[in-house]
Design a protein around this ligand. Structure first.
Ligand SMILES: [Zn+2]
Length: 270
Protein backbone atom coordinates (compact mmCIF):
# COMPACT_ATOMS: atom_id res chain seq x y z
CA UNK A 1 0.00 0.00 0.00
CA UNK A 2 2.76 2.43 0.89
CA UNK A 3 4.56 1.63 -2.33
CA UNK A 4 1.41 2.24 -4.30
CA UNK A 5 0.73 5.59 -2.63
CA UNK A 6 4.35 6.64 -3.15
CA UNK A 7 4.20 5.76 -6.83
CA UNK A 8 0.95 7.59 -7.40
CA UNK A 9 2.25 10.71 -5.72
CA UNK A 10 5.59 10.64 -7.45
CA UNK A 11 3.96 10.16 -10.83
CA UNK A 12 2.88 13.76 -10.51
CA UNK A 13 6.51 14.84 -10.59
CA UNK A 14 7.23 13.11 -13.85
CA UNK A 15 5.53 15.82 -15.85
CA UNK A 16 7.67 18.90 -15.96
CA UNK A 17 7.34 21.97 -18.04
CA UNK A 18 10.00 23.90 -19.86
CA UNK A 19 10.56 27.60 -19.91
CA UNK A 20 12.40 28.82 -22.92
CA UNK A 21 14.78 30.91 -20.81
CA UNK A 22 15.57 28.61 -17.89
CA UNK A 23 16.92 25.10 -17.59
CA UNK A 24 14.22 22.45 -17.70
CA UNK A 25 13.49 20.52 -14.55
CA UNK A 26 14.95 17.09 -14.20
CA UNK A 27 12.47 14.23 -14.23
CA UNK A 28 12.87 11.98 -11.21
CA UNK A 29 13.20 8.63 -12.83
CA UNK A 30 14.57 7.16 -9.63
CA UNK A 31 11.40 8.12 -7.77
CA UNK A 32 10.01 4.68 -8.44
CA UNK A 33 12.53 3.36 -5.97
CA UNK A 34 11.23 5.74 -3.30
CA UNK A 35 10.42 2.97 -0.86
CA UNK A 36 13.74 1.23 -1.34
CA UNK A 37 15.36 4.21 0.32
CA UNK A 38 16.97 5.82 -2.71
CA UNK A 39 15.12 9.03 -1.92
CA UNK A 40 14.77 8.29 1.76
CA UNK A 41 14.81 11.99 2.65
CA UNK A 42 11.61 12.66 0.72
CA UNK A 43 8.66 12.32 3.07
CA UNK A 44 5.73 10.28 1.91
CA UNK A 45 2.49 12.18 1.62
CA UNK A 46 -0.54 10.27 2.77
CA UNK A 47 -3.94 10.98 1.37
CA UNK A 48 -5.49 13.35 3.82
CA UNK A 49 -8.84 14.98 4.38
CA UNK A 50 -8.56 18.71 4.98
CA UNK A 51 -11.41 20.64 6.60
CA UNK A 52 -12.98 23.66 4.94
CA UNK A 53 -11.53 25.80 7.73
CA UNK A 54 -8.02 24.53 6.92
CA UNK A 55 -8.53 25.22 3.22
CA UNK A 56 -9.84 28.72 3.96
CA UNK A 57 -7.07 29.52 6.45
CA UNK A 58 -9.44 29.82 9.40
CA UNK A 59 -7.13 28.41 12.08
CA UNK A 60 -4.01 29.32 14.06
CA UNK A 61 -0.89 27.59 12.70
CA UNK A 62 0.90 28.07 16.04
CA UNK A 63 -1.54 25.73 17.77
CA UNK A 64 -2.47 23.40 14.89
CA UNK A 65 -1.08 19.88 15.57
CA UNK A 66 0.12 19.36 11.96
CA UNK A 67 2.26 22.50 11.93
CA UNK A 68 5.81 23.07 13.13
CA UNK A 69 7.72 26.24 13.81
CA UNK A 70 10.45 27.02 11.29
CA UNK A 71 13.94 27.24 12.79
CA UNK A 72 15.68 30.61 12.64
CA UNK A 73 18.37 29.15 10.33
CA UNK A 74 15.76 28.74 7.63
CA UNK A 75 13.68 31.91 7.88
CA UNK A 76 14.04 35.65 8.18
CA UNK A 77 10.81 35.78 10.24
CA UNK A 78 10.84 35.70 14.01
CA UNK A 79 7.90 33.31 13.91
CA UNK A 80 6.80 31.22 10.94
CA UNK A 81 5.07 27.86 10.54
CA UNK A 82 4.66 25.10 7.98
CA UNK A 83 3.02 21.71 7.85
CA UNK A 84 5.57 19.23 9.20
CA UNK A 85 5.89 17.28 5.91
CA UNK A 86 6.47 20.42 3.90
CA UNK A 87 9.10 21.63 6.36
CA UNK A 88 10.98 18.31 6.46
CA UNK A 89 11.20 18.38 2.66
CA UNK A 90 12.30 22.02 2.73
CA UNK A 91 15.13 21.22 5.17
CA UNK A 92 16.43 18.49 2.83
CA UNK A 93 16.27 20.95 -0.04
CA UNK A 94 17.96 23.67 2.03
CA UNK A 95 20.84 21.33 2.97
CA UNK A 96 21.35 20.24 -0.65
CA UNK A 97 21.33 23.84 -1.84
CA UNK A 98 23.92 24.82 0.80
CA UNK A 99 26.26 22.18 -0.59
CA UNK A 100 25.98 23.94 -3.94
CA UNK A 101 26.64 27.34 -2.33
CA UNK A 102 22.99 28.44 -2.50
CA UNK A 103 21.08 29.75 0.53
CA UNK A 104 17.31 29.39 0.50
CA UNK A 105 15.67 31.57 3.14
CA UNK A 106 11.93 31.42 3.79
CA UNK A 107 10.68 34.98 3.91
CA UNK A 108 7.00 34.05 4.23
CA UNK A 109 5.29 30.77 5.05
CA UNK A 110 1.82 30.16 6.47
CA UNK A 111 -0.49 33.16 6.58
CA UNK A 112 -3.96 32.50 7.94
CA UNK A 113 -7.20 34.20 6.96
CA UNK A 114 -6.81 37.09 9.37
CA UNK A 115 -3.24 37.80 8.25
CA UNK A 116 -4.36 37.79 4.62
CA UNK A 117 -7.34 39.97 5.49
CA UNK A 118 -4.91 42.52 6.96
CA UNK A 119 -2.90 42.62 3.70
CA UNK A 120 -5.99 42.73 1.48
CA UNK A 121 -7.86 45.43 3.39
CA UNK A 122 -4.78 47.66 3.66
CA UNK A 123 -4.70 47.66 -0.15
CA UNK A 124 -8.48 47.90 -0.51
CA UNK A 125 -8.65 50.89 1.85
CA UNK A 126 -5.69 52.70 0.30
CA UNK A 127 -3.54 52.36 3.43
CA UNK A 128 -1.03 50.47 1.30
CA UNK A 129 -0.37 51.64 -2.27
CA UNK A 130 -0.77 49.18 -5.14
CA UNK A 131 1.59 49.89 -8.03
CA UNK A 132 1.76 53.50 -6.88
CA UNK A 133 -2.00 53.95 -6.61
CA UNK A 134 -4.32 54.58 -3.70
CA UNK A 135 -7.06 52.17 -4.76
CA UNK A 136 -9.70 53.73 -2.54
CA UNK A 137 -9.49 57.07 -4.31
CA UNK A 138 -8.16 56.02 -7.71
CA UNK A 139 -10.19 52.88 -8.49
CA UNK A 140 -13.87 53.23 -7.59
CA UNK A 141 -15.16 50.15 -9.37
CA UNK A 142 -15.03 47.30 -6.85
CA UNK A 143 -14.30 44.52 -9.36
CA UNK A 144 -11.54 46.56 -10.95
CA UNK A 145 -10.10 47.35 -7.53
CA UNK A 146 -10.11 43.67 -6.53
CA UNK A 147 -8.44 42.71 -9.83
CA UNK A 148 -5.64 45.20 -9.21
CA UNK A 149 -4.95 43.72 -5.77
CA UNK A 150 -5.17 40.23 -7.22
CA UNK A 151 -2.22 40.81 -9.51
CA UNK A 152 0.04 39.86 -6.60
CA UNK A 153 -2.09 39.38 -3.46
CA UNK A 154 -4.72 36.77 -2.72
CA UNK A 155 -8.19 37.34 -1.46
CA UNK A 156 -8.56 36.15 2.13
CA UNK A 157 -9.77 32.54 2.01
CA UNK A 158 -8.12 31.82 -1.36
CA UNK A 159 -4.39 31.98 -0.63
CA UNK A 160 -2.11 28.98 -0.97
CA UNK A 161 -0.27 30.48 1.99
CA UNK A 162 -3.26 29.40 4.11
CA UNK A 163 -2.38 25.79 3.48
CA UNK A 164 0.98 25.50 5.23
CA UNK A 165 2.49 24.03 2.07
CA UNK A 166 3.67 27.17 0.31
CA UNK A 167 6.65 29.43 0.91
CA UNK A 168 8.23 32.56 -0.47
CA UNK A 169 11.98 32.27 -0.91
CA UNK A 170 14.64 35.01 -0.70
CA UNK A 171 12.93 37.99 -2.39
CA UNK A 172 9.50 39.20 -3.53
CA UNK A 173 10.61 40.76 -6.84
CA UNK A 174 11.03 38.84 -10.10
CA UNK A 175 13.77 41.31 -10.98
CA UNK A 176 15.91 39.99 -8.10
CA UNK A 177 15.95 36.57 -9.76
CA UNK A 178 16.99 37.95 -13.15
CA UNK A 179 20.67 38.57 -12.39
CA UNK A 180 23.64 37.45 -10.30
CA UNK A 181 22.95 35.69 -7.02
CA UNK A 182 19.18 35.68 -7.48
CA UNK A 183 19.49 34.14 -10.93
CA UNK A 184 21.68 31.33 -9.58
CA UNK A 185 19.19 30.70 -6.77
CA UNK A 186 16.26 30.53 -9.17
CA UNK A 187 18.11 28.28 -11.59
CA UNK A 188 19.00 25.97 -8.70
CA UNK A 189 15.34 25.80 -7.66
CA UNK A 190 14.08 25.16 -11.19
CA UNK A 191 16.55 22.32 -11.54
CA UNK A 192 16.30 20.70 -8.09
CA UNK A 193 13.16 21.74 -6.18
CA UNK A 194 11.11 18.99 -7.82
CA UNK A 195 13.35 16.40 -6.17
CA UNK A 196 12.02 17.60 -2.82
CA UNK A 197 8.38 17.92 -3.86
CA UNK A 198 8.50 21.67 -4.46
CA UNK A 199 7.20 23.39 -7.60
CA UNK A 200 6.48 26.91 -8.79
CA UNK A 201 2.70 27.38 -9.19
CA UNK A 202 2.82 30.93 -10.57
CA UNK A 203 4.91 30.56 -13.67
CA UNK A 204 4.86 33.06 -16.51
CA UNK A 205 1.34 33.58 -17.88
CA UNK A 206 0.99 31.86 -21.23
CA UNK A 207 -1.26 29.34 -22.97
CA UNK A 208 -0.53 26.78 -20.22
CA UNK A 209 -1.52 29.26 -17.53
CA UNK A 210 -3.80 31.92 -19.00
CA UNK A 211 -5.37 33.12 -15.72
CA UNK A 212 -4.36 34.08 -12.22
CA UNK A 213 -1.59 35.97 -10.51
CA UNK A 214 1.42 37.34 -12.30
CA UNK A 215 4.58 35.24 -12.35
CA UNK A 216 6.19 34.75 -8.90
CA UNK A 217 9.66 33.28 -9.04
CA UNK A 218 9.84 33.29 -5.26
CA UNK A 219 6.73 31.25 -4.49
CA UNK A 220 7.21 27.48 -4.13
CA UNK A 221 4.67 24.86 -3.13
CA UNK A 222 5.03 21.43 -1.56
CA UNK A 223 3.03 19.47 -4.10
CA UNK A 224 2.47 16.13 -2.29
CA UNK A 225 0.13 18.02 0.04
CA UNK A 226 -0.88 21.09 -1.93
CA UNK A 227 -2.12 19.09 -4.90
CA UNK A 228 -4.51 17.26 -2.59
CA UNK A 229 -5.58 20.57 -1.11
CA UNK A 230 -6.22 22.03 -4.56
CA UNK A 231 -8.49 19.08 -5.34
CA UNK A 232 -10.34 19.38 -2.03
CA UNK A 233 -10.69 23.14 -2.40
CA UNK A 234 -12.29 22.56 -5.79
CA UNK A 235 -14.66 19.98 -4.28
CA UNK A 236 -15.61 21.72 -1.04
CA UNK A 237 -15.34 25.47 -1.39
CA UNK A 238 -17.65 27.84 -3.27
CA UNK A 239 -17.40 31.62 -3.57
CA UNK A 240 -20.17 31.86 -0.92
CA UNK A 241 -17.57 30.66 1.62
CA UNK A 242 -15.22 33.50 0.63
CA UNK A 243 -16.51 36.25 2.87
CA UNK A 244 -15.77 38.31 5.96
CA UNK A 245 -13.60 41.08 4.48
CA UNK A 246 -14.02 44.30 2.50
CA UNK A 247 -14.73 43.65 -1.16
CA UNK A 248 -15.61 39.98 -0.64
CA UNK A 249 -18.70 40.52 -2.80
CA UNK A 250 -16.42 40.55 -5.84
CA UNK A 251 -15.31 36.91 -5.31
CA UNK A 252 -18.15 35.44 -7.39
CA UNK A 253 -18.05 38.19 -10.02
CA UNK A 254 -14.36 37.56 -10.60
CA UNK A 255 -14.80 33.78 -10.46
CA UNK A 256 -11.89 33.81 -8.05
CA UNK A 257 -11.74 30.03 -7.53
CA UNK A 258 -11.49 29.09 -11.20
CA UNK A 259 -9.40 32.06 -12.24
CA UNK A 260 -7.02 32.34 -9.28
CA UNK A 261 -7.05 29.31 -6.95
CA UNK A 262 -6.98 27.02 -9.98
CA UNK A 263 -5.00 29.48 -12.12
CA UNK A 264 -1.71 27.70 -11.48
CA UNK A 265 0.77 25.86 -13.63
CA UNK A 266 -0.99 22.61 -14.68
CA UNK A 267 1.63 20.42 -12.98
CA UNK A 268 -0.04 21.35 -9.68
CA UNK A 269 -3.59 20.75 -10.81
CA UNK A 270 -5.26 17.55 -9.65
ZN1 LIG B 1 3.80 33.52 -1.91
Amino acid sequence: MRTKVGLIIMTGFLFFHCHSDVPSRQPIMQSQTLDSGFHAELPKAHTRDFSSDELLGRFEPATHPDFVKIQTTHTSKSEAYLRADAYTAFVSMYDAARKDGITLTIISATRNFSAQKGIWEAKWNGDRLVEGKNLKTDVKDSVERARMILRFSSMPGTSRHHWGTDIDINNLENQYFANGKGKLEYEWLVKHAGNYGYYQPYTVKDSLRPYGYEEEKWHWSYLPLSKQMTQQYKDKITTDSISGFKGSGTAGLIDVINRYVLGIHPEGLP
